[in-house]
Design a protein around this ligand. Sequence first.
Ligand code: AVJ
Length: 315
Amino acid sequence: MDRFLTPDDLGKALRRDVAEGLGARPRTLPAKWFYDERGSELFEEITRLEEYYPTRRERAILAARAPEIAEATGARTLMELGAGSGEKTRMLLDALSGTLRTYVPVDVSGDFLARAAAQIAEDHPGLRVHPVVADYERHMSLLPDGERRLVVFLGGTIGNMTPAERVSFLSALRATMDDEDALLLGADLVKDEKRLVRAYDDARGVTAEFNRNVLNVINRELGADFVPERFAHVALWSPGDEWIEMRLRSLEPQVVHVPAIDLEVEFDEGEEVRTEISAKFRRERLEAEAGAAGMTIDRWWTDADGDFALTLVRP
Ligand code: AVJ
């Protein structure tokens, strides 16, 4: 297992993000801090909600197109960014079994990676499994290369980045790619606003709990005294940006202390913290961004309803 990120680095990054994000107005927190053990469980639960369509749609596309993906790429190395998609990974590994030699899962959580990698290795004797602990937004140039590499970035997680972040992410990835390499990218698509908002504001309140969980993470890791129930979950569509925004809205005037960074945060009643953006795409936009990063969209597959796209992007 390669490590480009220690638990200590992660702690530092959290302190920096919280100091910057809560120390200024409008208040923001990066979406990546949702995913401690509890947050990852809640996200799994979200993927099973009736309202949350992306996971099911992407899985259906993958099920239909895995043989074509194998045929088009002949991948010998499969590198998965954010290795959290167990079932989808297995579908790809099975479809690529004719050519695949090495599987490289990349994640910020070493514990999670070790468990996932051991399971994959057990289920695929003969496959070389090479887990890498890294933040793909920061360590792209350090990630291992490999012959005929297929990089997969699924789930629509690219939507958590702003347009500028997406282009720098894609450019950094492009710089590591050879002509025979490819990127398999999952992207959620622009659709009816009501369906989009429902997917991020489900009736049972699982997404609300997921959203508030970031406050538990900050309490535990930085000794803060957030009372999550004093914040309401907000999900809204921003038409100009074409993204869903999740926010936490302070239900009352309150002061929160974050001792690890010696920060005191005053919230007005109704003041909001933006906790996530989840951009939704149109084909032209993704083509333009891939183009800006020196790549082209070679294949574009959607589900029957046109809800979600799986695309093969090439240098
Ligand atoms: C895992 C980032 C793709 O943006 O849809 C689910 C996370 N947030 N519900 C998304 C999420 C609220 C999800 N991604």
